[in-house]
Design a protein around this ligand. Structure first.
Ligand code: GAL
Length: 642
């Protein structure tokens, strides 16, 4: 199938094992009647698939798939490895992850496994093989999902014996000799030198902070463990099935490198819970949280859509879409009527192929009984049911998935998030939120943004490239920046560490042709801004730049804040909204990129054929001569060239 021919479609997450079999046929008929294409099943059903070690029971799943298939529904089949059954933990009592305080994370919920436990991997390989053999050629199984939400509930890092042994092997492979490791980590400091790889522990339970190089390697190792765990399953599935393989990633989760895991998948997908995220995850002020309490942050979803579109090499889905109140955030408001439709359309405008609501029917039992579905527990339609139906009808008029190529690229790197989490140097410094802050600034100007990986080798399609906070520039990116004809803005903190986590000499940022060094660095409390001469300020983070580079912006105290060599810029601090908007507008103007500052809470997204407006406000928004109601979506056909 070529890219332009991919269709937009809707789906739902369903748990046949939660409901009497007598209900399945009616459920399937209602799903098809609603206009759904996809039904994701299976991802937590291991205790029903293999009730006892080695004794499989596939009959019920055969019938569930057949019932859905009979209505023309396509199944996404999930491997159940995120919820190993009770017997499994008796067979492998040491398979649990251990937290940084040394506490075992036991049975009774989910994700109770350690990525490094080799015995558990063997068990996973067995169940995935059995499933792939049985369903690999099933005509109704049209896609696969591996596991469920790697890293959910902070389950990537484990401080277990299994992790320690695997980490030691990983280090031995990487460094070959303890001396090489000692040199790379600077272990002469505080007499931390090792004589043997088996002496090296995990970087927890130390008296004070562990060596950042040690932690950084542990983070890389833990990420590699997720990648290889996932690849084990993908390889097995591919032996038996031609259907695409996906994983459902999450929001603002950076514990493993999604670019690496995504490289092994056919489709990237993510689970979008806009109200849960605003309440639980997004560091916004109280006024922002109040205004968007029933709509979600206007940029958080879009950021992940753009990120996962790139992680999926163009192919991406929403595997779980919030339908109503969730159960897991500090507060769980009811979405404003219309939001279950708006969220779906925002995803489609960013190129999503499918949006699947979570879940079909609200479960009256167990942990998620307060989590809404498309249906209430009594099977009557819940609020999102009608909105999903409206989207299904609207899709008929705009069936083709795709989006427009952006002029602006933003680099996103997981390792940089680990680096600055390890060494924030000032409370509240977060790479993820720095990148998101820049993204928000671009979205407020009405721009489409493409997010790119840190090893991107070709920037030629982009007029403006931003790379804030990248701790170490990769060789391909360095070369791509050198060859780039457009404007680039790097910094703060970009290229300021070696891959081993040391300060390079010559001093950073060491960018080709840019005569500038970071002479001093300071972090500041949030209420101590560094005002800039043109208005706005640097906040949290400030680098004092020396050298002969052209000074584009200065702080009121006389230090350069933004310097340049031709079109290559380095920004020595975290700009507040005012400074950021000015810097972005100036860069866009230099490249002839049209900007259109949008009213608060209104966002725009172009596809090749349409221009979409999304109103995240609880009140109507006026723009371009139209009035868009709260939670409203407005689209127009794009004139060629607009
Ligand atoms: C997701 C998870 C689902 C369900 C959902 C509830 O994180 O993948 O299984 O728990 O949250 O919002």
């Amino acid at each position: 199938m070529n890219d332009t021919a991919r269709q937009r479609s809707l789906g739902v997450c369903y748990y046949p094992e939660h409901w009497p079999e007598s209900q399945w046929a009616e459920d399937a008929a209602r799903m098809a009647g609603l206009g759904l294409t996809w039904v994701r099943i299976g991802e937590f059903a291991w205790s029903r698939m293999e009730p006892e070690p080695g004794r499989y029971d596939w009959d019920w799943l055969d019938r569930a798939i057949a019932t859905l298939g009979a209505r023309g529904l396509k199944v996404v089949l999930g491997t159940p490895t995120a919820s190993p059954p009770r017997w499994m933990v008796d067979r492998h009592p040491d398979m649990f992850a251990v937290d940084a305080a040394g506490k075992v994370r036991g049975f009774g919920s989910r994700r109770h496994y350690d990525f490094s436990h080799r015995g558990y991997r063997v068990e996973c390989a067995k169940i995935v093989t059995a499933m792939a053999e049985r369903y690999g050629k099933n005509p109704h199984v049209a896609a696969w999902q591996t596991d469920n939400e790697y890293a959910c509930n902070e389950t990537t890092l484990s401080y277990s014996e299994a992790a320690k042994a695997a980490f030691q092997d990983w280090l031995a492979q990487k460094y070959q000799s303890p001396d090489a490791l000692n040199r790379a980590w600077g272990n002469v400091f505080w007499s931390m030198e090792y004589r043997d790889f088996r002496e090296i522990g995990l970087p927890n339970l130390t008296v004070c902070e562990p060596n950042p190089s040690h932690v950084m390697d542990f983070r890389r190792f833990a990420s590699d463990e997720v990648q290889s765990f996932n690849k084990l399953q993908v390889d097995i599935i591919r032996k038996h099935s031609a259907a695409p393989v996906a994983h459902n990633f999450m929001g603002a989760i950076t514990e493993f490198d999604h670019w690496e895991v995504g490289a092994d998948l056919d489709i990237a997908s993510w689970d979008s819970y806009p109200l849960g995220f605003l309440s639980d995850r997004i560091p916004a002020d109280a006024e922002h949280k109040r205004r968007f309490v029933r709509q979600g942050d206007p940029d958080f979803q879009a950021f992940h859509h753009d990120l996962y579109r790139a992680v999926g090499k163009g192919r991406w889905w929403i595997m779980e879409q919030q339908p109503g109140p969730v159960n897991w955030a500090p507060f769980n408001p009811d979405p404003l009527p219309g939001m279950a439709r708006l969220w779906a359309w925002e995803a489609f405008a960013h190129g999503a192929e499918a949006v699947c609501y979570f879940r079909w029917r609200q479960a009256p039992f167990a942990q998620e009984q307060m989590h809404a579905g498309l249906l209430r527990p009594d099977s009557a339609p819940a609020q999102a049911f009608g909105e999903a139906m409206q989207v299904a009808q609207e899709l008929a008029a705009m069936p083709v998935a795709g989006t427009a190529r952006a002029n602006v690229a933003l680099i996103f790197d997981y390792a940089s998030d680990w680096a600055w989490e390890i060494q924030p140097q000032g409370r509240g410094f977060s790479y993820f939120w720095l990148v998101f802050h820049i993204y928000k600034g671009l979205r407020r100007l009405g721009l489409n943004v493409d997010i790119l990986p840190p090893d991107v080798a070709d920037l030629s399609g982009y007029k403006l490239v931003l790379a804030p906070g990248l701790f170490s520039l990769s060789a391909p990116l360095k070369a791509a920046l050198a060859a780039h004809k457009g404007t680039s803005v790097l910094g703060p903190r970009t290229n300021t560490r070696t891959p081993d986590f040391a300060i390079p000499v010559p001093l950073p940022p060491a960018l080709p042709g840019l005569d500038a060094v970071i002479a001093r660095v300071e972090s500041l409390p949030p209420d101590v801004p560094v005002p800039l001469t043109e208005g706005g300020a640097l906040v949290h983070w400030r680098e004092k730049l020396e050298g002969g580079a052209t000074v584009v912006e200065s702080a009121e105290d006389g230090w350069p804040a933004l310097v340049a060599a031709g079109k290559l810029h380095y920004l020595g601090g975290w700009p507040d909204d005012t400074a950021l908007t000015r810097i972005l507008q100036r860069a866009c103007a230099a490249e002839g990129i049209e900007t259109d500052p949008l009213p608060e809470g209104l966002r725009r997204r172009d596809t090749d054929t349409h221009r979409f407006l999304f109103n995240y406000n609880p009140v109507p928004a006026e723009w371009g001569g139209v009035s868009i109601p709260p939670a409203g979506v407005h689209w127009t056909v794009r004139e060629p060239g607009v």
